[in-house]
Every structure is written in C-alpha cells, then in structure tokens.
Design a protein around this ligand. Structure first.
Ligand code: IMP
Ligand code: MG
Length: 223
C-alpha cells in the first residue's frame, strides 16, 4: 500500500513537471543514454566465440616472442615500429616483455577498403618520427592477412636504409596470403576467420576487449 502511495506520488510529480516539458527532455536523454549503454553491452553478443582463455594464451605468446627478440637483438640497435591502430595493445605488452634496450615509434596506416578486406592500397596517415638509418627495425603488427599492408610497409621502410628489418606479428592467417611476406616473429597461426579484440577492430569497435573473439559473419555481412 505504502509502495503504491509512493509510486502514485511520483507519478503525480512527474506528470506535473511533464506539463512544463522540462522532465520530458531529461527523460529522453536518460533513455538515450540507457539505450547506448545497452547497445555497447550487447556488442559482445556479436562474437561467435569469446575465448576468455585467449587472455592467458596471448600473454604467454607475447612473453615468448619478447624473449626471442631480446635474445636476437641484444647486440643490435632495436627500434620497434608499431603499426597503428591494431597493434597498440600488442605493442604495449610486447615492449614490456623485451628485456634489452629498445626504442619505439609509431606509424599509422590505413588500407583503403572497408569491412573485412584490405585493398592493398596503403595510405600513410602518420609517418615515423625517427630516421631509420642505423636501426634494426622490428615491425610490430597485430595480424597478417593477405600480406598486402606489410608487403607495402616493408618495401617503404627498406628504402629508408635501416640496418635490418624484420616482422613480428601476433596472429597470422597463412591461408589468406596473397603476396609473400615473411614474419620472423609470430604469436600463432589462426584459421581463416575474422577476429576482434586485443587491439583488433571491426569498424573501429571491439579494440578494447582484453581477449579475442570470432566475429559472427552476419555482423560484417550487414556492412
Ligand atoms: P592485410 O594487408 O590483408 O595483411 O591486412 C592486414 C590488416 O587487416 C591488419 O593490420 C588488420 O588491420 C586487418 N585485419 C586482417 N584480418 C583481420 C581480422 O581477422 N580482424 C581484424 N582485423 C583484421
Ligand atoms: Mg583494422
């Protein structure tokens, strides 16, 4: 009875203010915020397989690759070049798994073409700050797919005459390769599926997931 009274009172109050239109606006905003939050929460349901276990697995791969690079570059002049934005999470973890002196730099490229395929035409959005002469470059990539992006990047960076240049990729989809690219350092091979999380995006979303998931094909089919 008491609850009903309070509810009625509340309804009355809301009705009163509604007449002025003030609360209506506030309610619409709150409703929109709630809808936005719900939509964000639901995006995870677009993943076919959310492999929470991948967090621990990725961690072990990153440590292993970090140790390999630390061993191979102990007497060299290591410069890690992260390819934004996808490799930013991998880069952040990898550089801390490297136990020798290292410098870092970032490059932002975008492959023309939307959705889940690269066109092979690479646009440089942000170039490196550091002159590559005298450095032993390791390009840090999130995922190697057709190979077009890295093929282009390796040739571009080679023309700047560093001491040496190698590729480090967290994931590799060898089945999808269209141009030859050799990654000396690699987390693991994965089958031909579109994955998101741990830096990897679909339409700029999902990058912040700490684990990796397989995106449901109907999600990118819609684009
Ligand atoms: P490639 O030029 O075809 O090798 O494409 C490499 C780029 O495509 C990566 O750096 C990613 O940005 C993107 N990419 C390829 N496969 C995936 C995936 O499964 N998930 C998210 N992004 C991907
Ligand atoms: Mg991408």
């Amino acid at each position: 009875k008491q609850v009903k009274a309070v509810a009625d009172k509340g309804t009355e109050q809301i009705a009163a203010v509604n007449e002025t239109g003030a609360i209506q606006t506030a309610n619409a905003q709150a409703e929109a915020d709630r809808a936005q939050q719900e939509a964000e929460r639901l995006t995870i349901r677009n993943l076919d397989k959310v492999t929470k276990k991948s967090e621990a697995y990725i961690d072990s791969m990153v440590k292993r690759v970090g140790a390999e690079i630390s061993r191979d570059y102990a007497d060299k002049n290591l410069l890690l070049v992260s390819v934004l934005k996808g490799s930013v999470v991998f880069m952040a973890d990898l550089m801390r798994a490297i136990t020798i002196p290292a410098r870092i730099d970032f490059m932002c490229v975008s492959s023309y073409g939307s959705g889940t395929k690269t066109s092979g035409v690479v646009k440089i959005i942000k170039d490196l700050d550091i002159n590559l002469k005298g450095y032993d470059i390791v390009i840090v990539e999130d995922i190697l797919d057709s190979g077009k992006t890295l093929h282009y990047l390796v040739n571009l960076l080679k023309s700047r005459e560093p001491n040496s240049i190698e590729i480090c990729t967290l994931f590799d989809k060898p089945e999808r390769r269209e141009v030859e690219v050799y990654a000396k350092y690699k987390g693991c091979d994965i089958p031909d599926a579109f994955i998101v999380g741990y830096g990897l995006d679909f339409d700029e979303k999902y990058r912040n997931l700490p684990f990796v998931g397989v995106l449901k094909p109907e999600v990118y089919g819609e684009v």
